[in-house]
Design a binder for this molecule. Structure first.
Ligand code: SF4
Length: 198
């Protein structure tokens, strides 16, 4: 007869019950804090980190501390995120928020589409990323044209706009911030900020 995993576990549990806990402790766990106290079921459990196909080093996206993360991937899906001991910043630690960042990736509540509420609208509607990008570009161009300041009243060059401001967040990495600063400065904006700084 082929034993199913459930039958196998049941047999092992019965066998284990026959050995008194005291005797199990004598097998190398005198205080009963390790394997002597372990149930058969927990013995069967395997950490997700052990079944991953690959591990990718990354940075926590939440705040400016920039703790190092190890992202465990299986079948091209993120299955676990843990602190990276090699990070000189966090040395393997993550705060509760960073520890839960696997949920940021896999939560069914994660918003992956662009939501838009038009002027006067009383509800959100979904639009394509292309449409949203075009709408933002149109607004930036219009605001720049309408607020452009070529020179002061005395004729000194200004070449700026006070109609466009940029406020970045902690999820932006250094490269993105570099490009954002370069782009908005080239467009003539002077108010370019990021809340993430240490
Ligand atoms: S783990 Fe916590 S402290 Fe570290 S970067 Fe993420 S949110 Fe910030």
């Amino acid at each position: 007869m082929v034993k199913t995993p459930r039958v196998t576990i049941a047999l092992r549990m019965n066998k284990r019950r026959l050995i008194a806990p005291f005797l199990r402790q004598l097998g190398g766990d005198p205080y009963g804090l390790g394997r002597a106290a372990q149930s058969v079921r927990s013995e069967e459990l395997v950490a997700r980190t052990q079944t991953a196909d690959k591990v990718v080093q990354s940075i926590c996206p939440y705040c400016a501390v920039g703790c190092g993360q190890k992202v465990y991937v299986k079948d091209e899906k993120v299955i676990q995120i843990e602190g990276d001991p090699d990070s000189p910043i966090s040395r393997g630690r993550l705060c509760p928020k960073g520890s839960a960042s696997e949920k940021l990736v896999n939560s069914p509540m994660r918003e992956t589409r662009v939501k838009y509420r038009r002027p006067g609208g009383d509800d959100w509607e979904y639009i394509s990323l292309e449409q949203a990008t075009d709408m933002i570009a149109d607004r930036v161009i219009k605001a720049r044209e309408e607020t452009w300041e070529e020179e002061t009243e005395e004729g000194e060059a200004l070449k700026r706009t006070l109609g466009i401001h940029f406020l970045g967040g902690a999820t932006l990495d250094s490269e993105e911030n570099y490009l954002i600063k370069k782009f908005f400065t080239a467009a003539g904006a002077v108010s370019i900020e990021n809340q993430a700084r240490i």
